[in-house]
Ligand binder design. Structure first.
Ligand code: UD1
Ligand code: CA
Length: 456
């Protein structure tokens, strides 16, 4: 098999996004569009991926550099068309001997299988292969002109097509594959004598045919090659991604009462036998093990949920939350960078930040891990089986030993020994009859028309 390479076009200005952010850094499924393309090239076994960016796109160049290495970021000086964009990768692709796939960074959902099909055509002797699809509304797409045997003759851009060509439903996705040497040789022959005055990558097909080389079409679904040019199209692609994830989750045995209200990220891992109630958001980096229940209106990010655990309703798991087997995290509980041991419970209204909770511990309502002094962060460690009374503030760094007991309403500033009781609050005082005397005094004053000093 020939070595594989990728050229990823990202030089488009994305004007229609009307956003200060470069278009391809907008996210789908919690990952930038560019961030989708680079792993695809890797999955296809590409040895090198070159990202073509525009000039004055510092943020994008930096992001691309992090993904593919700065030496593989090429700049297209002027937006002279898709052929010119690929040509901008010429230097960076020097020495690449094998097959090249051209991908658009603003088309994030192209699946690996589609790329494989394009490469396969080259391996079976085609010199150029284009990924084509049957368009419901082909209007703006380039049309694929095929011969009787299904091989590709030419690509005609919509604004240059004659009425007969406009009737063709087979559309150009933009994904193209060709041997590196031929690709860069043909690019030199592309001219810009067309309606837009641009150098069209699509002209490569006719140029290859003029040399009597074979051009082929590999087929894919329209939704796989949906491009993003506006916020509305970004939302459409996001919807397509979410629908696919929900379907995949359900096929894999995840129970969802209202799947249309559950949102996943590109890397969400949910085991079979998990139940997800309505209105749950999985930001990136979440895994949930079998038998766990994620209850309504919860938000999870960078968190692990163990088997049989229960999270929510209205829970927030932030990065580093690791909820143990059968543990319970209830309503209005926020957990960040804390491992919660097996069977431990924090059922109501708490902030657990930076630390650990031992197995079987019980965290009462309103408990706060005071982890931050305004400058530094500290850990709170709760031992196995400990009991933290409601409305306690644990001022970190602090440790409550295994089996320790903290009285409700305590402010704990010193470590608590295992099995000890710590109470850190004012002592209760009782004065018999005080309330009645107080009430009677106030009532009498009111009747007499007297106001205490300062009353309004
Ligand atoms: C292109 C194809 C068309 C196909 C359609 C699919 C050509 C001439 N036409 O048209 O057949 O149906 O895609 O969506 O190739 N880009 C650059 N530099 C440039 C121009 C474009 O990097 O100078 C990048 C854009 O950022 C974008 C991609 O190339 O990611 C496609 O460019 P665009 O101008 O959107 O091409 P279309 O006119 O849509
Ligand atoms: Ca386009």
């Amino acid at each position: 098999m020939a070595d594989r390479f990728a050229v990823i076009l990202a030089a488009g200005k994305g004007t229609r996004m009307k956003s200060p952010r470069p278009k391809v850094l907008h996210e789908v499924g919690g990952r930038s569009m560019l961030g989708w393309r680079v792993p695809l090239a890797k999955e296809l076994g590409c040895r090198r991926s070159v990202v073509v960016v525009g000039p004055d796109m510092a943020a994008l160049s930096e992001a691309a550099g992090r993904l593919v290495g700065a030496e593989n970021v090429a700049v297209q000086r002027e937006q002279l068309g898709t052929a010119n964009a690929v040509d901008a990768a010429r230097e960076a692709m020097k020495g690449a001997d094998g097959h090249v796939i051209v991908l658009y960074a603003d088309t994030p959902l192209v699946p690996k299988e589609a790329g494989e099909r394009a490469f396969a055509e080259l391996e079976q002797g085609a010199s150029v292969c284009v990924l084509g699809f049957r368009a419901r509304l082909p209007n703006r797409y380039g049309r694929l002109v095929t011969a009787g045997d299904g091989s590709l003759e030419a690509i005609v851009e919509a604004n240059e097509a004659n009425p007969e060509q406009l009737g063709i439903e087979l559309a150009n996705s933009g994904v193209m594959a060709a041997p590196a040497k031929l690709l860069f040789e043909l690019l030199k022959e592309v001219k810009n004598d067309n309606a837009k005055g641009e150098f069209y990558l699509t002209d490569l097909v006719a140029l290859a045919r003029a040399r009597r080389l074979k051009a082929a079409v590999a087929h894919c679904e329209e939704r796989d090659v949906q491009g993003v040019n506006s916020q509305a199209e970004l939302a459409q692609v996001e919807r397509a991604f979410q629908e696919e994830m929900r379907a995949r989750m359900m096929t894999d045995g995840v129970t969802m009462t209202a799947p249309e209200t559950v949102f996943f990220s590109h890397d969400t891992q949910i085991a079979p036998g998990v139940t997800i109630e309505p209105n749950v958001v999985f930001a990136p980096g979440v895994s949930v093990e079998s038998g766990a229940v994620i209850r309504a209106f919860s938000h999870l990010e960078g968190a692990k949920v163990g088997a049989g655990a229960s999270v929510g309703p209205f829970a927030r798991l932030r990065p580093g939350a690791a909820i143990g087997r059968d543990a319970h995290i209830g309503n209005f509980v926020e957990v960040k960078n804390v491992s919660v041991g097996e069977g431990a419970k924090a059922n109501h209204l708490s902030y657990l930040g930076d630390g650990e909770v031992g197995a079987g511990a019980n965290i009462g309502a309103g408990t706060i891990f005071c982890n931050y002094d305004g400058f530094f962060k500290y850990r709170t460690v709760i031992g196995a089986g400990a009991f933290i009374g409601s409305n306690s503030a644990l001022v970190a760094p602090v440790t409550v030993g295994a089996g320790g007991y903290v009285g409700s309403g305590s402010v704990i500033v010193e470590d608590v020994a295992p099995d000890a009781l710590a109470v850190g609050r004012g002592r209760q005082a009782a004065k018999g009859g005080w309330a009645r005397t107080f009430r009677e005094g106030k009532l009498a004053a009111k009747k007499a028309g007297q106001k205490p000093k300062g009353a309004i």
